[in-house]
Write a new protein. Structure first.
Length: 122
């Protein structure tokens, strides 16, 4: 929406949003405890955290590039790809919160790992 405002520095807006999102992610990391004893759920959480950190870090980097050289077409293309990745993470997280079945190669591998691990009583 910020790109609709005339004469706005898009790189500055993207950088600020990326920094705020990164700080929220770090705050979430500090507040939320990982589930105790369940390696597979912890692995899923770590993978989601690392993917989100990569997306927000790339967003900050591309925002700085756009701030320095606003006419950089490849940075804008990269930013659009990063935003699609952020939407994919959001959709995956919503799918997970709804309790929908897990599909995909990563989920299959984690489910295999969960079946092979010994069960511990809480």
């Amino acid at each position: 929406m910020a790109s609709l405002v005339p004469n706005i520095i898009l790189g500055a807006v993207v950088t600020v949003i990326g920094i705020v999102s990164s700080l929220q992610l770090l705050g979430l990391l500090l507040r939320v405890r990982p589930p105790g004893g369940n390696l597979v759920e912890t692995a899923r959480g770590v993978i989601l955290f690392l993917a989100s950190a990569a997306i927000f870090g790339t967003e900050v980097y591309l925002g700085l590039v756009l701030w320095k050289t606003p006419a950089e077409g490849s940075a804008l293309t990269g930013l659009l790809e990063v935003l699609l990745g952020a939407y994919a993470i959001g959709l995956g997280r919503a799918w997970q919160l709804l309790g929908a079945p897990r599909i995909g190669l990563l989920s299959y591998g984690l489910d295999l790992l969960e079946r092979r691990l010994p069960r511990t009583k809480p």
